[in-house]
Every structure is written in structure tokens, then in C-alpha cells.
Design a protein around this ligand. Structure first.
Ligand code: 3EB
Length: 336
């Protein structure tokens, strides 16, 4: 019999309790992609500087002006691929995909969102990594248009149509933010896995997919967070919303504190006891950013320095949205 210290997991498999996923943040200059790269999201640089295999340019600026690259790593080598407009990299357990659609070719943001999510679902049908865990949506002018014609609401309608048939309990965790610099594109990237995740809801907020009619004809299709089989907890973009209502309109400090309270509640609901390993803060243009880093780190003890990104939030009164990732180490083994 092999000695325990010589037992090695099969390539691509996950040792029980192992930290399966990793995310790194590169700031300033980007290195060559390591072979475990599932995908990367670039912030704050012109396409010329960030263009590369396996990178999605969010089209958003960082608050400090330095480019930043959020890189998702598989527990082993990941193979890049392409299917139609979808770029992806796959590992036995995880798949990270990216899709950029021109709104003009889909009759606007609702059509683009519908097409994007239909393609994502078709792409995963029949693949081993078929469970959608986490999605990021970057769109132009998210608050443009009034009432039910606001572009975010139109996006929600299209996304809901593209995901039609997916039970609410299978919706991924998500972020949806807006950019001021128009690209004409809806850009989506997502993480999927072989093993289904467990959606986590926030006891301080109602489920987003049950928001009342006043927020639009289709409630947003996302879970507040996703617990992976391998132990990570991936938080959705979280904001100053209690129940379903926006609180502290126009007050960045109060919105930050409410958002941090929401994140602590979410961590608790998801069984994460330690500090998050990654924190991204989206700040509405003109909301300011003084003291934000410190306040976030004080509100999430042990958290690394957050990445501050300039982006518009899906409700006009919201000035800030924060997303966190807790790695398996922050979750007691009994819960893994
Ligand atoms: C909220 O809680 C704030 O539409 O995918 C956060 C995360 C928000 C994801 C989405 C929207 C989305 O409703 C907005």
C-alpha cells in the first residue's frame, strides 16, 4: 500500500478539503498566463495593453488608475478552447467562459442578454462542467432609459428569457455593473463546475429573483452567493439593500456600512468564518472613494486590500456594490 504522503490526487481531481479554486490579483503589469489559468478579467487599461488569450476586458477603470487583472486558477492545468463566439478554458472540474456580443446584432441589450444566456446554456448542455456557479455582466449605460425601459431592467428581461427553464435554485451568483465608456457590447464571463454548487441566500435581503414588480418586469436572475462542493463561497455583487429596498440613498458611508453588514450576514449564512480572500468594490462615478479601502477592511476583518473599480450600479440611488470570495480555508472542514 502506498504511504499516505505518497498518495497523489489524480490529475484534475480534487483532494477532499483541498482548496480547489484560486484567484489572484495582478496590479500594474501582467505576467504570462500560468497553465492553470481558467480565465481572467481585466480592469483599467486600454485593450492594447490587456489584450490576450483568456482575458475579458471589463471596460471599466480602476480608481487608482493602475490596470488590474483578476485571474481565476484551476487546481491543475486548464486547456483553452473556443466554440463560436465563446472563449473558454476547461479543467476536469471547472470551466471559465467569456462572451462578448454586439448589441446592434441583437436588437439591443435585452436581445443581447437573451442570446448570451441561451448560448451559455446550450454550450454547457452535454458538458461535464454543466453547473453555472458565478457570472459577471458588464454593460454600457446601465441606468439609461426610464422606468421599465431602463437598460438594466431590459437586461434582466433578456437574461431571464435566455435562462428560461432553469429552476430558481440553480441560478448562479452574479454581478451586473455598468460602464460609462460605451463599447456597444454586452460582455459576460462565468464559472461553471462539474459539481453543482449550493446557492446561499442572505437573511437580511429577500431573494433577488423574488423582487416585487416595482423593480422591473423581470426580477434579476441570481443567487446571493454560491457554495462550491470544494468549499469556496462566492458572493454576488452586494449592495445597500435591506429586504428589497435601497437604503441610505446618496450617502456613500452609510451605504458602505450597510453593504458590509450584508456581506457579514452572507458569510455567516454560507458558513464562512474566516476573512474573504478577494474583495472588489464597484463605486459609482462621482461617489468618491476616500476612506473606502480602510472602511472595507475594518468591516471585513482580515480581508486583503480591495480592488476599487469605477462602475455604475443597477439602481440609480446605489453608490457602491461589493463582491467577496471566501476560499475553502475560511470554511470549517465540518461544513466541506
Ligand atoms: C441587488 O442586490 C443589487 O442583476 O446580476 C447585484 C448582483 C445586483 C447581481 C444582477 C444585481 C445583480 O439587487 C444589484
Amino acid at each position: 500500500m502506498a504511504r499516505p504522503d505518497r498518495i497523489r490526487p489524480e490529475p484534475g481531481s480534487v483532494a477532499p478539503g483541498a482548496c480547489a479554486l484560486r484567484v489572484t490579483l495582478e496590479r500594474g503589469a501582467f505576467g504570462a498566463p500560468p497553465d492553470d489559468t481558467l480565465g481572467a478579467i481585466a480592469y483599467g487599461a486600454g485593450p492594447a495593453r490587456i489584450a490576450g488569450e483568456g482575458i475579458l476586458d471589463a471596460g471599466l477603470a480602476t480608481m487608482d488608475g493602475e490596470p488590474a487583472l483578476e485571474r481565476w486558477h484551476a487546481p491543475g492545468p486548464a486547456a483553452p478552447g473556443r466554440e463560436g463566439a465563446i472563449r473558454f478554458a476547461a479543467h476536469a472540474d471547472f470551466l471559465f467562459g467569456m462572451l462578448e456580443l454586439d448589441e446592434r446584432e441583437h436588437d439591443g441589450i435585452a436581445g443581447a442578454a437573451e442570446a448570451a444566456y441561451r448560448r451559455i446554456r446550450d454550450f454547457h448542455a452535454g458538458r461535464a462542467q454543466c453547473h453555472l456557479l458565478r457570472a459577471w455582466n458588464f454593460l454600457d449605460a446601465i441606468n439609461e432609459g426610464d422606468g421599465d425601459f431602463e437598460r438594466y431592467r431590459r437586461f434582466c428581461e433578456g437574461r431571464a428569457r435566455g435562462l428560461a427553464g432553469l429552476p430558481a435554485g440553480r441560478l448562479p451568483a452574479a454581478t451586473a455593473v455598468g460602464r460609462r465608456q460605451p463599447t456597444g457590447q454586452l460582455r459576460v464571463c462565468w464559472l461553471a463546475a462539474r459539481e453543482a454548487g449550493a446557492p446561499v441566500e442572505n437573511p437580511r435581503q429577500i431573494r433577488a429573483y423574488r423582487y416585487p414588480r416595482r423593480y422591473g418586469p423581470s426580477p434579476p436572475s441570481f443567487a446571493r452567493a454560491m457554495r462550491l462542493g470544494s468549499g469556496e463561497l462566492m458572493g454576488s455583487g452586494t449592495s445597500s439593500i435591506v429586504g428589497h429596498e435601497t437604503v441610505h440613498a446618496g450617502d456613500l458611508r452609510a451605504q458602505l456600512d450597510e453593504t458590509l453588514a450584508n456581506l457579514r450576514a452572507l458569510a455567516q449564512a454560507g458558513g464562512a468564518t474566516g476573512a474573504p480572500a478577494g474583495v472588489k468594490v464597484y463605486l459609482r462615478r462621482g461617489a468618491g472613494s476616500r476612506g473606502v479601502e480602510k472602511r472595507v477592511q475594518a468591516g471585513l476583518p482580515g480581508a486583503p486590500r480591495p480592488l476599487l473599480i469605477e462602475a455604475d450600479i443597477c439602481r440609480r440611488e446605489l453608490l457602491v456594490e461589493i463582491e467577496c470570495l471566501w476560499l475553502a480555508a475560511a470554511i470549517p472542514p465540518a461544513l466541506c
